[in-house]
Write a protein that binds this ligand. Structure first.
Ligand code: CTP
Ligand code: MG
Length: 232
């Protein structure tokens, strides 16, 4: 099976608060984006990667991967879902499979990628990597102002997962779901949420907890450590 990957990489990295978007920060001699793309091409089924880049981004063209024939650049959008939607528009075959993976997740292991692909290929409505929640979960209630919260309740942790990427679907199903969900103004923070909005039930595939999304400054050292552990 031939799979196209779409990599949303048009974010500004406001929580990282660095001098450039976080996907262009270096870890062990390469940018986070380059690590992420390398991890995807580790898998023999992934033939092509479409990367959504902000249209005023001066960093992408400077990377060697900008001239890789397996890679296509598209203009990203205002929200992550818009960037993914733009990436999907570059895929011709609606009956093929697409795998969406955050540029900011450079520590994806081949075993996880392979497990997700195998699960999705057998599924009705695609599949996502996810990690079971570990901590006790609380729902807060605002006590005063915006920041002071108290505990309203403890949320049952059973059946609660962190949604990770990659997330893999049939192109048509994801494109139609995203289009409908965006039209209806649904809150779409990952691909699966668009399918859920349309009543589909994507599969949860247990993934490794070290597939972190580099979000805040302290995540850089952790990602560097995990990348060093990856042997294939
Ligand atoms: N992303 C995108 N287009 C957007 C927003 C985000 O392609 N309009 C991408 C980011 O580049 C990132 C992924 O979606 O690879 C996950 O988003 P997130 O971790 O939130 O990255 P940022 O939006 O860049 O960070 P922040 O929310 O802290 O600003
Ligand atoms: Mg964001």
């Amino acid at each position: 099976e031939k799979i196209t990957a779409v990599v949303p990489a048009a974010g500004v990295g406001s929580r990282m608060a660095a001098d450039r978007p976080k996907q262009y920060l270096q870890i062990a001699g390469k940018t986070i984006l380059e690590h992420t793309i390398d991890r995807l091409f580790c898998h023999p089924a992934i033939e092509r990667v479409i990367i959504a880049i902000s249209n005023n981004d001066p960093y992408f063209e400077a990377l060697p991967l900008a001239s890789d024939p397996r890679i296509t650049r598209v203009d990203g959008g205002a929200e992550r879902a818009d960037s993914v939607f733009a990436g999907l528009a570059a895929i011709d075959d609606e009956d093929s499979w697409v795998l969406v993976h955050d540029a900011a997740r450079p520590c994806l292991q081949l075993v996880d990628l392979d497990r997700l692909i195998n699960a999705a290929l057998q599924s009705e409505s695609g599949a996502i990597l996810a990690a079971p929640v570990r901590d006790t979960m609380k729902r807060g209630v605002v006590l005063a102002g915006d920041n002071l919260q108290g505990i309203r309740e403890t949320v049952d942790r059973e059946n609660l997962w962190h949604a990770l990427t990659p997330q893999m679907f049939k192109v048509r199903q994801l494109r139609d779901s995203l289009r409908y969900a965006l039209e209806k103004g649904a809150v779409i923070t990952d691909e699966a949420s668009a399918l859920e909005f349309c009543g589909y039930v994507p599969q949860l595939v247990k993934g490794r907890a070290d597939n972190l999304k580099v979000t805040q400054p302290e995540d850089l050292a952790l990602a560097g450590f995990y990348l060093q552990q990856i042997t294939k």
